[in-house]
Design a protein around this ligand. Sequence first.
Ligand SMILES: C[S@@+](CC[C@H](N)C(=O)[O-])C[C@H]1O[C@@H](n2cnc3c(N)ncnc32)[C@H](O)[C@@H]1O
Length: 243
Amino acid sequence: MARIAYDDEAAAAFEATRHIPDQGLAAWRAAVTRHLDPRPGARVLDLGAGTGRWAAAFTDWYDDLDVIAVEPSAAMRARCVHPRVLPGDAANIPLPDHSVDAAWLSTVIHHVPDLAAAARELRRVVRGGGPVLIRSAFAGRHEAITLFRFFPEAIRVLDTFPSVADVAATFGACGFAVTAFDQIPQTTASSLSECATRLRREAHTPLQLITDDEYAAGLARLHRAARSEHGPVIDALDLLVLR
Ligand SMILES: C[S@@+](CC[C@H](N)C(=O)[O-])C[C@H]1O[C@@H](n2cnc3c(N)ncnc32)[C@H](O)[C@@H]1O
C-alpha cells in the first residue's frame, strides 16, 4: 500500500502539475548522464514510473536507450506517456533476473512498504554492478524544497519517510553500496505565483497528510509571498546512487 491512494483524482492532479519542463531539468539530465551510463542498447527500469515523465525524458535524452516502466497504479498507468509500462511494484518487479542495466526510482521510495523486499528485487533484476538511482526527498532533508517553507507541518510527514541511512543500510544488506549522494537542483516553476496557482494538494503526499487547517494556512502564506517574490522557484532533491 502506498501512503496515499494513486486513484484517478491523484493521478489526474499529478499529471496536470508535477511534470517539470525539460529546461528545468538540466542538472538532473547531467546527473543521470554521469551515473546511469546511458549507452545505446542499455536497458533501464523506471520503477514506480507514475505518468512516465522520466521514462519519456530518458528516451528523449539518450539514443536507443531501452526504458521499461513498472507502475502499480492503474490510474497512473492509464496516463503514462511512455509506451512500455507494465503493472508491478517494488516487491514484484515483472522482469527476469539480471535483465536490466540500471534502475531509476523517482519520489517512490517512501511509498514502498517493504524496503528490504524492494532491495532484494532490485538486486535480482539489475545486472551485477549496475546502478540503482534513487531520486527523493529523504527524512530530515526539507531545507531545499520550497513547499516546506510554506507548509512547515508537512516536515513532520517528510520525517516519516526513509532516511538516507535507512535506505543505505537496507540496500547494504543486499550487497549494494552507496557510490554517490548529491543534491540536484531543478526549476520547479517559473515563479512563486505559478507555483501557487498550479498547486494541487492531491499531487503531493506530504500535503495530503497534514490537516485541512494546516493546508489552508500554508496556501494563504504561499499566495501572500507570491505577490511580492518574483523569479523562478528552484528546489533541490537528493540523488542517492547504489551499486
Ligand atoms: C510521487 S509518484 C512518482 C512518479 C514518478 N516516478 C515521477 O517521479 O514522476 C509515486 C509513484 O510510486 C508508485 N508506487 C506506490 N507504491 C509503490 C510500490 N510499492 N512500488 C513501486 N511503485 C509504487 C505510485 O503508484 C506512484 O505512481
